[in-house]
Design a protein around this ligand. Sequence first.
Ligand SMILES: Cc1ncc(COP(=O)(O)OP(=O)(O)O)c(N)n1
Ligand SMILES: Cc1nc(C(=O)O)sc1CCOP(=O)(O)O
Length: 373
Amino acid sequence: MVKFTPESVDYSLYLVTGRELLPAGKDYYESLEESLKGGVTVVQVREKTIDTGEFVEIARRTKEITDKYGVPLFINDRVDVCLAVGAAGLHVGQTDMPVDLARSLLPKDIIIGISVSSTKEAQAAVDSGLVDYVGIGAVWWTGSKDLKGKLCLGVDGVGEVLDVLAEGQKVSAKEVKSVAIGGIHLPNLPQLLHGSPSPKHLKGLDGVAVISDIVGSPEPENAARKLRAVLDSYHRARKDQAGLHAVFGFNLTGNSGYSKRNEKELLEAAAGLIAVVRESTPLAHQITNIVVANDSANATLAMGGSPIMASAEQEVGDLSKVISGLLINFGTIKDRAGMLVAGKAANVNKKPIVFDPVAVGATAFRRQTSKGK
Ligand SMILES: Cc1ncc(COP(=O)(O)OP(=O)(O)O)c(N)n1
Ligand SMILES: Cc1nc(C(=O)O)sc1CCOP(=O)(O)O
């Protein structure tokens, strides 16, 4: 059996169970197993109305399944159930058993998370020194829990809480991890992930916790997989940005400004960036204008990248799966169909696109093509 520590847990896709939200006829254990196949990384059993005996039995059977997938099991609210099934962690709310008491009753290595819905609650969680992660919510309205008239935090509110965690990390050296919760679904996930990094410290979320988006789906594996794809793309982008930050000394994720660099420092930074490109030899797909195509390919090679200048609509979709990024330049639109297929495929495959809409306002044809039509 895997032993989980606060540092080893992957919080990225945190499933909170909700048997009452299962589609008609869908079995809870079947749904759970499918969601784990789809990439859920933490499971919290949340039961609000059943007797203790039934709660323990559900948690025990849930743990058999999470163990099979090497995923930690957390229990909502109940210290006794947590102990009874040997769960990896406990999640409590602001009005549940106080964290210090729960810690004193549970084994030393239990992971404890607490819900926070304000910077004040986040500060208290950090100050206690007893909390491993916080559940920040509700981000948006949800039908899965009665929010009792509490205002939702929105993306900005999540960012403010993350700043409190970042400040806390500076003084205590303990990193309190974070997941956001409440009304999170596939269409609003990119907005939450990319919009919430804290305004001062650019600290991002470690994960998102969901009930209905996965549990309410007749195809939970598929639902989890789709959330996973967005999460993975976000974490990749953060890693890349951290690399650029390290090289250039400014951030690309927020507005906290550039640090001024002198010529020598900039040259060193550029050399560092070229080293990164040479190491990773990115495959740069370019559909560009006839004036520069040759130069662009040679410049890409000189930088250590690998250019591919394909533009036939029949192949650019397949290519999209293996490229590192796509450039579309409108200088001479000769391969309109290829541009449209490549652009759409890059979005599907979560590949970065540089779009250069040369003279887009000059003709109706260019305007229409720029809209992907
Ligand atoms: C990850 C996560 N975050 C927040 C909550 C909410 O917990 P709580 O405030 O205890 O409310 P209930 O879940 O008990 O209604 C959570 N369960 N998980
Ligand atoms: C259990 C829970 N706690 C919340 C909080 O704000 O603390 S919101 C919530 C429900 C989350 O469900 P869904 O993903 O279906 O919106």
